[in-house]
Design a protein around this ligand. Structure first.
Ligand code: 6R9
Length: 651
């Protein structure tokens, strides 16, 4: 756990600025108590933000806990809620999506445009054979076709599985295999710092590794800059749309509990987990939190800088904002290309009202200096948010002051792929903010910090972050693995019929009930907001000839929060070498993607082990972070510690 730099002066707090509170969607502090009194009926308020094809019979059915049914009996379509109904409400000329491309291209889709293209794409997918319930994998960078094809899938009731475009061919193949997916939507390529990068060849390599027929749709992002030859079973997206010009498809009514999408995330074993999300509960919760926490209104231009390939982009670039009829901005590039003013230039030009990003990005802005934001008019901003990792008070204050001009509330939102939406954060028009602490659980959310025995810890003490009541945005299960769902998330802290969800995070709570999230307590590390399983990285390393054993831990990193540190021992016939180090890095990039690349590879004759033969990862983490090692007497091989420390110092 990364605890240093986390402590803010105990008395540092800010009240919601009055002008903000006066216009906020939620401004009555009584909401916390109302939700307690009405629970679970309080969640009617979330469901009421949507249009239902059939009203639900009950709010919650917990007969088969921890497999909860939210809004049973209800039927709805997510694409209808995110597109059609806003047109019916007379807002067809309002911008739904604004896209800012890497080469300064811009595209705006009104709700009417979005309706047209979502329908054409839905009709095309149907013609290719996609039926209700079929999983469609989407492997696209941040281009409009990513949210558009997600919505097209939702329209015909086909769950989508978006795989972050930076994942390798191997990682894509594993995810398609695991999801039994026979459809893939990808593109020719995209620009990386001005150069054409071939995405389709990665997709083709993944397809070769799969032993099933896959129908593939290819979006032409690069035009003449990259020729994307189409093989049998591969179709050009633009041609498909043209062939279905003007087509419409009736939105398929889905049961509230039907899968809207699945999203793979890293867990404590080498196998990525397919988190499945429902249609009714998930969409209600994404809309509710977008309204209550991000304070979104249809009039807003809102920008979440996360990639849609991760959960944040699903809930807070696509589903939440579009369900509320907001204008959502999509940016294809990186914050420093072509220069470090790029984001602020986009905020200024589009008069962005609400901005949501990650602490890693904020720490980079801070390092570059305030001259970049200072050179732009950011006065349109009225609310700022962060997500993905703990934010240190210094970065929080810098964000508030230099991006928010001192008068925007900042919401630090804790949540996970599994939770579907925000769980712990302040309400920006209600609660005081304490830099470095996410805040209290949202109304109706049973987030608690408990000790090993499951009882609440005292203020100031460290414990585990759990959730002791279900919530509408919660995942339904793991794709094809109910047992692992039960074992990993519910077994550790549940007793009898009291089901308690375990988040995998460590946390502290203060006298006011504000929760400070410290980081993962399992074998998951969070590198600049990308969640990585240490086991996945280790298995890519031990696959290499000459490697005997590997242990991966998170080392503190000034900008990214955490960086990948790999400790590796070679077998008797191999010596550590620069070539081996390069093979290790390449193998991780191939198995997962460049974003998982180890920052440090430390060769050691042996890994520190307990007497029972378990690798002591905690010790390696302390070494990586130059922290006190504590008790090493339980080690079978205490002498290796000194050797590793000596090597690590040379880095
Ligand atoms: C939404 C998302 C989840 C993990 C989570 C925790 C960390 C997220 C945080 C935070 C401290 C916050 N995390 N938000 N830690 N403060 N505000 O990021 O989902 O990719 O599944 O990661 O991210 O460790 O367990 P996901």
């Amino acid at each position: 756990m990364n605890v240093h730099t986390m402590t803010a002066p105990a008395d540092e707090r800010y009240e919601p600025p009055r002008p903000f509170a006066e216009q906020a969607n939620v401004s009555d502090p009584g909401i916390y108590e109302e939700f307690e009194d009405e629970w679970p009926d309080c969640w009617e308020r979330a469901a009421a933000l949507l249009d239902w094809h059939r009203e639900h019979d009950r709010v919650l059915d917990d007969a088969n806990a921890p497999f909860y049914e939210w809004f049973p009996g209800g039927e709805l379509n997510a694409a209808y809620n995110c597109v059609d109904r806003h047109i019916e409400a007379g807002r067809k000329t309002q911008a739904a999506l604004k896209w800012e491309g890497k080469r300064r291209e811009t595209r705006t889709y009104t709700y009417q445009d979005l309706y047209g293209e979502v329908n054409e794409a839905a009709a095309a997918l149907r013609d290719l054979g996609v039926e209700e319930g079929d999983v469609v994998t989407i492997y696209l960078p941040m281009i409009p076709e990513l949210p558009i094809t997600m919505l097209a899938c939702a329209r015909i009731g086909a769950p989508h599985s978006a795989v972050f475009a930076g994942f390798s061919a191997d990682a894509l193949a594993t995810r398609m295999e695991s999801a039994d997916s026979e459809y893939l939507i990808t593109c020719d390529g995209y620009y990386r710092r001005g150069n054409a990068f071939n995405q389709k060849s990665k997709a083709d390599n993944a397809l070769m590794a799969l032993d099933r027929e896959v129908t593939t749709v290819v979006v032409d992002r690069l035009g003449p800059d990259l020729d994307h030859g189409l093989d049998a079973g591969q179709y050009d997206y633009g041609e498909l749309l043209f062939a279905h010009a003007g087509a419409t498809v009736d939105p398929v009514p889905r049961e509230a509990g039907d899968m809207l999408f699945l999203m793979y995330t890293s867990g404590t074993t080498g196998e990525p987990k397919g988190i499945t999300h429902s249609t009714g509960g998930y969409l209600s919760y994404a809309a509710w939190t977008s309204r209550a926490v991000l304070d979104l209104e249809p009039e807003d231009t809102y920008w979440c800088s996360a990639d849609i390939g991760w959960i944040t982009g699903h809930s807070y670039t696509v589903y939440g904002p579009l369900a509320l009829g907001t204008t959502t901005l999509l940016y294809e590039g990186t914050p420093d290309y072509p220069d470090r003013s790029r984001l602020w230039e986009i905020v200024e030009r589009n008069a962005v009202d609400v901005f949501y990003t990650a602490p890693t990005a904020i720490r980079a802005f801070m390092k570059w200096g305030e001259e970049y934001p200072d050179g732009h008019d950011l006065s349109s901003l009225r609310l700022l948010g962060t997500v993905g990792e703990p934010i240190n008070p210094r970065a929080w204050n810098w964000y508030r002051e230099h991006i928010g001009g001192g008068d925007c509330p900042v919401v630090d939102t804790w949540w996970q792929t599994e939770t579907g939406g925000m769980m712990v954060t302040t309400l920006p028009g209600v609660s005081s903010m304490k830099p470095g602490s996410a805040g209290p659980p949202l109304p109706g959310i049973g987030a608690r910090v408990v000790g090993e025995d499951g009882s609440p810890v005292d203020p100031g003490e460290t414990g585990y972050l759990v959730v002791d009541r279900p919530w509408p945005g919660m995942f339904r299960s793991l794709y094809g693995d109910d047992e692992r769902y039960r074992d990993e998330y519910w077994e550790p802290f549940s007793e009898g019929d009291d089901w308690v969800y375990f988040s995998g995070d460590g946390a502290k709570v203060d006298e006011d009930g504000y929760i400070t999230v410290l980081g993962r307590v399992d074998d998951v590390i969070n590198v600049s907001g990308h969640r990585l399983g240490t086991m996945e990285i280790e298995s890519a390393i031990v696959d290499i000839e000459g490697v005997a054993e590997a242990a991966v831990v998170g080392g503190d990193h000034e900008r990214d929060g955490t960086a990948v540190h790999a400790y590796v021992s070679t077998d008797h016939s191999h010596e550590p070498s620069e070539a081996l180090r390069e093979r290790i890095v390449a193998s991780v990039e191939e198995a997962i993607g460049p974003f998982a690349r180890p920052e440090a590879v430390v060769f050691t004759p042996e890994l520190p082990k307990t007497r029972s033969g378990k690798i002591m990862r905690r010790l390696l983490e302390n070494i990586a972070n130059q922290e006190p090692l504590g008790d090493t007497s339980t080690l079978r091989n205490p002498e290796v510690v000194g050797e590793i420390e000596a090597t690590d110092d040379e880095l």
